[in-house]
Design a protein around this ligand. Structure first.
Ligand code: B12
Ligand code: SF4
Ligand code: SF4
Length: 364
């Protein structure tokens, strides 16, 4: 099998129609639609202080963590993160009488090594194929229909990074994994390589066990971060994060501190260093979702070629790709920084001490 071709699609056998609960039918439908992980979390009406059980966090706790993060200014220029924090923390504010969150995940690990030759830029793995928002959108829409078939009077709302929902929290609650010290969800089955989506619903479904934190004393992701953006375990200061600087930050190059520019190395969109470092990636299987395989200029992004793109060419080359999120001006700024880092000598792309599954593997 060529490394660019995804493996054959999984076969999820049909469920017998008798004696199966609505919860099981919905989960099974999710797998048949091509999601790789699915779980259910219950939303307690009026959840508040007192709802805290070991390893669990109440609405108040969630609000407090979000509030602290915003108060520190860790969201940088992402003002949309500061809008309606209560709504973001509480699904019942998004969907009246929300009782369950169906959390789904898709594995995007392709094991296609980035082109590390000099003069090439690096695009984060999640963004090398088609835009996952679209991939999720279609599947979630179909899953919503299945849910309404199973529970006819229920209401639903679907999201995949598209709304005010704390997706990692709900995925953890629904048993898809745990929130690692790099602050992303780690799946025991797929490591760091799960993208997340969810459907909020008024249907009362059977909940799964929340995922247990398996980080232990490990700190590999914190040590792997080139900029020190993981300011404490589980907390990322976006202003120092290369993913933020290359995807979300809308300012010009002068607005980015010189040392951060240097540490950005050849990354032109996103950053995977903390994810790469996680030992739980060691057994991660390659995805069967063709959409996540590298395409177009994201396969081996030639910096000089990228720098010469007109706005129209940029739009055409990255049609249907998450890279469009940076906008033409942001992407050109990123490419200019990466080119500057090429000369006279590029700084190391990551701090020493990162673990298995790290970028060093690709250079071998
Ligand atoms: C804003 C945002 C960003 C920002 C800020 C990142 C951040 N950590 O908050 C920036 C632009 C930097 C970013 C970068 C990336 N992102 Co982003 N991002 C989001 C977004 C829109 C909101 C996240 C959020 O609510 N942040 C606010 C703070 C308060 O929340 P938090 O970090 O989640 O904090 C929680 C935990 O830290 C936890 N916590 C805090 N302290 C403690 C202590 C203990 C003991 C415990 C257990 C927990 C805990 O509680 C907090 C509240 O629940 C989500 C989509 C969504 N709607 O959820 C995607 C999302 C998190 N991003 C995603 C991805 C893929 C990335 C990147 C990997 C992309 C890349 N390769 O470049 C990087 C990873 C960088 C990193 N280490 O986080 C995926 C993550 C998938 C996963 N497996 O978790 C998401 C879920 C999108 C999706 N639908 O798949 N992202
Ligand atoms: S994405 Fe990169 S810069 Fe951001 S926290 Fe992870 S390693 Fe650090
Ligand atoms: S690298 Fe270590 S600390 Fe970081 S998420 Fe993975 S197991 Fe947890």
């Amino acid at each position: 099998m060529s490394p660019l071709s995804p493996p054959a699609c999984r076969h999820v056998p049909a469920l017998p129609v008798y004696a199966v609960s609505a919860t099981d039918r919905i989960k099974h439908a999710a797998l048949r639609l091509g999601f790789h992980a699915v779980g259910i979390a219950r939303v307690s009406p009026g959840a508040s202080a007192g709802d805290v059980s070991p390893g669990d966090r109440s609405l108040d706790d969630r609000l407090a963590r979000l509030g602290r993060w915003l108060a520190q200014g860790y969201h940088g220029t992402m003002e949309w993160m500061a809008r309606h924090p209560r709504r973001r923390a509480d699904p019942a504010e998004v969907l009246t009488n929300c009782r369950s969150v169906i959390a789904v995940g898709m594995n995007y690990w392709t094991d296609v090594a980035p082109d590390e030759r000099r003069g090439r830029g690096r695009i984060a793995r999640y963004a090398r194929g088609r835009d996952y928002h679209r991939v999720f959108g279609n599947k979630l829409k179909r899953l919503e229909r299945e849910i309404r078939n199973c529970v006819p009077d229920c209401h639903t709302r679907r999201y995949a990074d598209t709304g005010p929902v704390m997706e990692k929290f709900w995925a953890q609650r629904a048993g898809l994994g745990w929130i690692g010290k790099h602050s992303n969800l780690v799946s025991p089955a797929f490591g760091s390589w799960l993208l997340l989506g969810e459907i909020l619903t008024t249907a009362e479904l059977e909940a799964d066990e929340p995922g247990a934190d398996l980080c232990g004393t490990c700190t590999l992701c914190i040590r792997a971060c080139p900029t020190g953006a993981i300011v404490e375990p589980y907390v990322v200061d976006a202003r120092q994060c290369i993913a933020y600087l290359t995807i979300e930050y809308r300012g010009d190059r002068q607005g980015i501190a010189r040392d951060l520019q240097a540490q950005t190395g050849n990354r032109v969109f996103g950053c995977d260093d903390c994810l790469d470092a996680c030992p739980y990636n060691a057994e991660a299987p390659v995805t069967d979702e063709a959409a996540f395989y590298p395409r177009g200029p994201a396969r081996n992004p030639d910096l000089s070629r990228l720098a010469s793109l007109s706005e129209r060419e940029f739009a055409r080359c990255f049609e249907g790709s998450p890279v469009r999120r940076a906008k033409f001006s942001g992407f050109q700024r990123n490419v200019a920084i990466a080119l500057a880092n090429e000369t006279p000598s590029r700084p190391p792309a990551r701090a020493p001490g990162a673990g298995r599954g790290g970028t060093d593997r690709w250079r071998a």
